[in-house]
Write a protein that binds this ligand. Structure first.
Ligand code: UD1
Length: 310
């Protein structure tokens, strides 16, 4: 797995071990991930601190591997606008390198962490895989390019690939430590500190927040699916749509406090509304989301609370 020390990757490592994998090989540069994310599973992980742009080392780490989960990336829409070069290099050139190394090492299948941002603003919700992609930011364009490379590696080089367009994944171990962190990790930190969050825009911006365990389950199904799914793109979402105002209100309700948010200007590159059509993932991969937004948010809040006490 690439990016196995990151938020989603480390959840997926746990999911694979729980499903019976004896060991998981992890490649991670620790640029945005942390070795501590793998703490209790460290004994079952072969950890390689390496950048995905380093072909030789990545290829070596892939020897004897059947399925690669490619989770490594420099995420964040605003980060890709403020500093387009590093995210371009890792997300596009790094992905190219992972595919090349996987093919050369004899890997059977690569599952790719694609992004719902590829859709941009669509006229119709929910967003279906057959809609034309219309990226609004470098990050969205980079992630879309990765999907195209996946499909081309399937058609030209006989490597099986599956792209999963993640929809705003949240849950335990998401890092709230940067201005580029996922909004729910920032909201949860704010509510636990009894601090005022900033909402960019009028708060009516909506997202299909997806609990990390559901994305883990989807990846495992994508690894097990028949070869007929190769080269395809699937939504990895919950299927719901929650506004930023609703999310902040719910957290205030859970904690029994009232802290009005600050409102700031909308962020450049932001998509207004996001919601996944999950039909194709259910039909072809056999995965239906299991965790409601409210349950996922409650679990995540409790995880952050106990992580602070540890
Ligand atoms: C986008 C992708 C998502 C991808 C992620 C990776 C879409 C729809 N989603 O997430 O699939 O995994 O990039 O980085 O493109 N916000 C605030 N206050 C804050 C921080 C953020 O109001 O303090 C707002 C943002 O302006 C945005 C929303 O919250 O409207 C969500 O932001 P964020 O969590 O950063 O994710 P996306 O950019 O939506």
């Amino acid at each position: 797995m690439t990016g196995g020390a990151g938020f989603i990757g480390s959840g997926l490592v746990r999911g694979l071990l729980a499903k019976g994998a004896s060991r998981v090989a992890v490649v991670d540069s620790l640029l945005t991930g942390y070795e501590r994310n793998l703490d209790e599973v460290r004994g079952s992980v072969d950890f390689h601190k390496v950048d995905i742009r380093d072909y030789d080392t990545v290829r070596k780490a892939m020897e004897g591997i059947d399925v690669v989960f490619h989770e490594a990336a420099i995420p964040s829409v605003p980060r890709s606008i403020n500093e387009p070069l590093p995210s371009h290099d890792v997300n596009i050139n790094g992905t190219f390198n992972v595919l090349r190394a996987a093919k050369d090492a004899g890997v059977r299948r690569v599952i790719y962490a694609a992004s719902s941002s590829a859709y941009g603003d669509t006229l119709i919700l929910p967003k279906v895989e057959t809609m034309l992609a219309a990226p609004k930011s470098p990050y969205a364009a980079q992630k879309l390019m990765g999907e195209y490379y996946m499909s081309v590696w399937a058609s030209c080089f006989g490597l099986e690939t599956v792209s999963l367009r993640y929809f705003n994944v949240f849950g335990p171990r998401q890092d709230p430590g940067s201005q580029y962190s996922g909004v729910l990790s920032l909201f949860i930190s704010a509510i636990l500190d009894r601090k005022t969050p900033t909402i960019f825009g009028d708060g009516g911006t909506s997202r299909d927040f997806t609990y990390v365990e559901d994305v883990v389950g989807l990846n495992i199904k994508a690894a097990e699916a028949p070869s007929s799914v190769s080269g395809k793109v699937f939504n990895g979402g919950n299927g719901g749509r929650i506004t930023l105002n609703e999310a902040w209100n719910l957290l205030q309700k859970f904690e029994g406090v009232s802290i009005p948010a600050n409102y700031g200007p909308e962020r450049p590159g932001d998509v207004r509304d996001s919601q996944a059509d999950t039909t194709a993932a259910v039909r072809e991969l056999g995965h239906a989301p299991q965790v409601s937004f409210e349950d996922g948010l409650r679990k995540t809040l409790e995880w952050y609370r106990s992580a602070r006490q540890a």
